[in-house]
Write a protein that binds this ligand. Structure first.
Ligand code: F6P
Length: 321
């Protein structure tokens, strides 16, 4: 392996820059040239590539977003788009591609390897933490902190007005962020897509908490929960007559300086991705579990569902007493 390319793709996540830095610096240390691709797969087939040296990634470890820019590519969905991208990589004499992103990006990477034989390695970068094969994804820890900070602030105003706050957090089809935020934020109730309970199941919980003299209540709803935050709030108002407010935290959860856990995870996985290519690994995601660095075939990362922690779910219910 003499030259590798790196790109960030899909939704940005805090810590992606730390991962890019780790790839570039591991390459420099191992005598492997690193080419940065701008704007993900869209930029790849347009030839937006540039050589990166260790100084090009100075002063980015603490920055949110991605200096390489990112995109959700439509052209990549066509075989012609992927063929163009593969040709660009061949023109640049690239021996392997490192893709930092989520399951959609890994699909694209997988197809590139299947159709054109270009070795690819995935690095899990998404706030959703929804990839099988790693305990955590880069950006997840920071997103939880950001959402938690918002929940704490909403609790202040909620308690002052004795209102019920129904707060929607991101996570796409997964409830990992919601569950962590519910436990850490002391929420009365949490709705996640992994559990199909009805919207009005918060009514009794809220009635109970009022009876016990609680000043306000916090209900966390994952964006992937079918009933929706507004549906939950409407059900609470209808069932209790109490005033509710819905707060959708949205893209704020994707921004900000990465917390230390994301920087460290990104640094380890960026380093591991370069070593994986050097060791002849192909078509796998580098991840980190309690046992250390792991390699999971890309297709397994989206075919196998990573469940939420059932213990934590029970804990959230127990502690809302
Ligand atoms: O995958 C990250 C994520 O922020 C999800 O939590 C959310 O569903 C989605 O991306 C939002 O995508 P977009 O930035 O394209 O609106």
């Amino acid at each position: 392996i003499r030259r590798v390319a790196v790109l960030t793709s899909g939704g940005d996540a805090p810590g992606m820059n730390a991962a890019v830095r780790a790839v570039v610096r591991t390459g420099a240390q191992q005598g492997v040239e690193v080419v940065g691709v701008r704007r993900g797969f869209s930029g790849l087939h347009r030839g937006e590539l540039t050589l990166l040296g260790p100084r090009d990634v100075a002063n980015i470890i603490q920055r949110g977003g991605t200096i390489l820019l990112t995109a959700r590519s439509h052209s990549w969905r066509s075989p012609e788009g992927r063929a163009r991208g593969a040709q660009v990589l061949r023109d640049w004499n690239v021996d392997g591609l490192i893709v930092i992103g989520g399951d959609g990006s890994f699909h694209g990477a997988h197809l590139l390897q299947e159709e054109h034989g270009i070795p690819v390695i995935g690095v899990p970068g998404t706030i959703d933490n929804d990839l099988y094969g790693t305990d955590h994804t880069i950006g997840y820890f920071t997103a939880v902190e950001t959402a938690l900070d918002a929940v704490d602030k909403l609790r202040d105003t909620g308690a002052s007005h004795e209102r019920i706050f129904v707060i929607e957090v991101m996570g796409r089809h997964a409830g990992h962020i919601a569950l962590d935020v519910a436990v850490a934020g002391g929420a009365e109730e949490v709705f996640i897509p992994e559990d199909h309970k009805p919207v009005d199941s918060a009514v009794q919980v809220v009635q109970e908490s009022v009876r016990k003299g609680k000043k306000g209540s916090i209900v966390i709803v994952a964006e992937g929960y079918a009933g929706g935050a507004q549906g939950v709030a409407d059900a609470i108002t209808a069932g209790t007559g109490l005033e509710t407010r819905v707060s959708i935290l949205g893209h704020i959860q994707r921004g900000g300086s990465p917390v230390s856990s994301d920087r460290i995870l990104a640094s380890r996985l960026g380093e591991a991705a370069v070593y994986a290519l050097m060791d002849g690994q192909r078509g796998v995601m580098v991840g980190r579990t309690a046992g250390g660095i792991t390699y999971t075939p890309l297709h397994e990362t989206w075919e196998n569902r990573k469940d939420v922690s059932r213990d934590l779910y029970r804990c959230a219910r127990t502690l809302s007493v």
